[in-house]
Design a protein around this ligand. Structure first.
Ligand SMILES: [Ca+2]
Ligand SMILES: [Ca+2]
Ligand SMILES: [Ca+2]
Ligand SMILES: [Ca+2]
Length: 444
């Protein structure tokens, strides 16, 4: 265990090379509490974040869940949870509830700094009473072989009873864990996958068994040892089963994740990562890995490649290597705002559809600016008559190739006019269609 993540939040905007894929990474280096003064954005496409101080308590982690079941999301962090109440003029107000005492470590000499034993919080209803409980990961005291490392805290719900601590595992440090859908239900992730901070500890995942007072976490061993700093899950080989990913390679899920053999594929060495995610970044149908270094510089993705024999290899691509300690990255759609990105249209009867489609494809798939997308030559085919109508401007070899395939190529296309407006982070950009005289598309 080296130093813990600094308390700051930075937002990156990264446009992937794939088909119009726009992905935003929100790297939560610490938690909702203790955000930097005003999170800065890299690059030009800024999404501003403003700091709202809720509490200045010590904490290492935070989770969001409706703790009291009133329909409003609350925050769980450290020894407290913060009840969301009626908004005031500055946004939601929060009532602090102290619900547990946690060990607080002050290191001297061997370790620098200090921390609260609350390295990860995950909200999940363990006992099935409708109230979210909290799974908390602990580093544990290395000097005590029975020190708890994974605990769950039972939410008392409407009763006035205290929260009850239950031990899931002990004696092995757990720096972080995540909830995953190892049982491939397609629903909300309900299984627990911890990162053991000792390679001699068996790699395990846990499921909830029993209800009410009988509810507990049952561990399933995947491998007799662990594989270092970082953990994740995702369907690496595309067979519909959730695999487990470590920094040294991935475990292929068997048909029965509880009983089958998990085959290890030591295909990469990612370093000391945080969470490891799968995502088809370049849209080629193969799951890629997205991760970050927890104690060094870099957020990156590993492109999955397969040769003709089906042999897998991985190519590293940086998303950003300008800053360090991205220990607990998560992936979020920060632009999931439902706002339009392009306004376009055209006259032209049956040619309307092909014109609009080509403008959209030019902008989203070919990353053209809106003016180029509108000006680019168009083609049209409507099945009957069986001919390709084209505008001037297509390369001769493309036309020759179409003719060689038996297409009948006819010029001209016929009138279309796709005056368009692109909605960008820099404002609105209008693009009049040069095919129409006197047209105008105003931006701002
Ligand atoms: Ca609530
Ligand atoms: Ca519960
Ligand atoms: Ca799989
Ligand atoms: Ca891919």
């Amino acid at each position: 265990m080296a130093s813990f993540a600094s308390r700051s939040v930075r937002i990156l905007h990264w446009v992937g090379p794939g088909a119009g894929l726009s992905v935003f990474f929100l790297a939560l280096l610490s938690c909702l509490l203790g955000m930097s003064e005003r999170a800065s954005a890299q690059g030009s496409q800024e999404i501003p974040f403003y700091k709202h101080t809720i509490d200045l308590e010590q904490s290492e982690a935070a989770e969001v869940a409706d703790v009291n079941g009133d329909g409003k999301l609350d925050i769980i962090s450290g020894e407290n949870w913060y009840e969301q109440t009626t908004p005031g003029k500055d946004g939601p107000r929060w009532i602090k509830h102290h619900f547990r005492d946690l060990p607080f470590y002050r290191f001297d000499g061997k370790y620098q700094g200090a921390y609260l034993e609350d390295l990860g919080d995950l909200a999940i209803d363990v006992n099935g009473d409708g109230y979210p409980d909290v799974v908390t990961s602990w580093w544990g005291d290395p000097a005590v072989s029975t020190a708890p490392s994974l605990t769950w805290w039972e939410n008392p719900g409407k009763s006035n009873k205290p929260w009850v601590k239950h031990v899931i595992d002990e004696g092995v440090p757990v720096e972080f864990a995540l909830l995953v859908d190892i049982l491939n239900t397609g629903g909300k992730p309900q299984q627990l996958l911890p990162e053991y901070g000792n390679i001699n500890a068996p790699l395990k995942w846990y499921e909830i068994v029993g209800k009410g007072e009988d509810a507990h976490w049952l561990g399933h061993v995947v491998s007799p040892n662990s594989y270092g700093h970082g953990i994740g899950a995702g369907d690496v080989n595309g067979d519909g089963r959730m695999d487990i990913i470590t920094p040294k390679g991935w475990f292929e899920a068997p048909p029965d994740p509880r009983n089958g053999e998990w085959v290890f594929h030591p295909e990469f060495d990612l370093g000391e990562t945080g969470f490891i995610y799968t995502m088809d970044v370049n849209g080629d149908g193969l799951a890629d890995l997205v991760t970050s270094l927890g104690h060094s510089y870099g957020i990156f993705w590993y492109e999955q490649k397969k040769d003709a024999q089906g042999k897998r290899s991985w190519v590293k691509h940086y998303v950003d290597n300008a800053w360090s300690q991205s220990h607990a990255m998560t992936i979020a759609d920060l632009k999931g705002d439902g706002k339009p990105v392009l306004v376009t249209g055209s006259p032209g009867g049956s040619r309307i559809i092909s014109t609009v489609l080509q403008v959209i494809v030019n902008v989203l798939d070919y990353d053209m600016d809106v003016a180029s997308a509108v000006a680019a030559p168009r083609l049209h085919h409507q099945w009957l008559p069986d001919e390709v109508r084209i505008e001037r401007g297509f390369p001769d070899d493309v036309i020759a190739a179409l003719k060689a395939k038996g297409h009948i190529i006819i010029e001209p296309l016929g009138q279309t006019s796709a005056n368009s407006i692109a909605v960008t982070d820099h404002g609105l950009f209008g693009a009049p269609d040069p095919r129409s005289r006197g047209s105008e598309a105003a931006g701002e």
